[in-house]
Design a binder for this molecule. Sequence first.
Ligand code: FAD
Length: 338
Amino acid sequence: MKKNDKVSLEEFNTFGVAASTPLFVEVTSSLALQEKLKEDAFKDALILGGGSNVLFVENLSRPVIKISIPGIRIINESEHMAIVSAGAGVVWHDLVMWCIANDLGGIENLSLIPGLVGAAPIQNIGAYGVELSDVFYDAVCINRKTGESRIFSAKDCAFGYRDSAFKNDLKDAYVVTAVRLALTKKNHRLKIDYGNVKETLTQMGVKKPNIGDVAKAVVQIRTRKLPDPKKLGNAGSFFKNPIVAQGESARLLQKYPNMPHYKIDGAFDKIPAGWLIEQAGFKGLKKGKVGMHDKQALVLVNYGTSSGKSLWAHAKLVMEGVEKKFGISLEPEVNLIQ
Ligand SMILES: Cc1cc2nc3c(=O)[nH]c(=O)nc-3n(C[C@H](O)[C@H](O)[C@H](O)COP(=O)(O)OP(=O)(O)OC[C@H]3O[C@@H](n4cnc5c(N)ncnc54)[C@H](O)[C@@H]3O)c2cc1C
């Protein structure tokens, strides 16, 4: 465990924002975490994983506990399925690669999502037609107040689109220390109909894809499409795709017949936030060193040494622009830390 006073968080968030914290500690075991949570100084600490889904709007007045709990192992298996447990500090993509190396299927579409395992259930990470909730078995969590361990089932987590109980009723109540996934050992159910996974596999010359091929295709697409946070500060999609009542999308379609929209169920449609942002004139538009990416309108970018405040101010400008043009309120997907 390392402990320092007044630490810059610049290297601990993918926006590269130079915010600071008065107290920083890294924990590498559940026991060490339980000990820290007992200390008054860490009672209201921010729990940090890879920092790829946070925006530090200003310097923090509270401490930070960085979760670095390691370990991946199979804890149970049958002929067809394996339950894999991963420590909250494991890099998510390393877990995906480990599963592929062990021929365990279910998370190959989630390749290259930045961040650590512990944060995956917080927003129910998803990509290319798969969400964490599709393979989630349970999560081991520590109650921040009592220090007690509790197992959370999928039902307890109340997963939704980029959402879970950990962002709502249980916000800041628990720390995830391990996530357990139910993965296939054979007859993997490949999902290749989303985005251009199928086309990419064809371009790769793959006729009968396996889980490793799907992962390679997803990595190829993501590398092509998304700005690399190591080169350009960002946190992926800054906003959620809004879900609107069908009456509302019908109203908008009269005015904007080309508006893309996807049926969620009989009552709601999902509208791509990137399209709304582009139509409102923000795609590729830079204000100083901040702007929405020129290829991915949904990605807020730090083009230099911008502060969290200026990034958030730009995000609010985009929200106002979209609201004014379409009457739709965008909601940040990224966690604002202020
Ligand atoms: C380039 C890029 C592309 C991305 N693409 C996708 C994508 O395709 N799909 C997708 O879903 N997301 C995507 N994201 C967002 C991000 O990768 C995920 O949200 C990821 O799960 C965040 O992990 P993290 O460890 O970095 O979390 P952090 O940013 O460190 O934390 C996020 C939130 O979770 C809380 N938290 C973190 N760890 C724990 C824990 N152990 N227990 C309790 N709370 C915790 C934090 O307090 C914070 O509120 C992308 C981000 C980037 C930069």
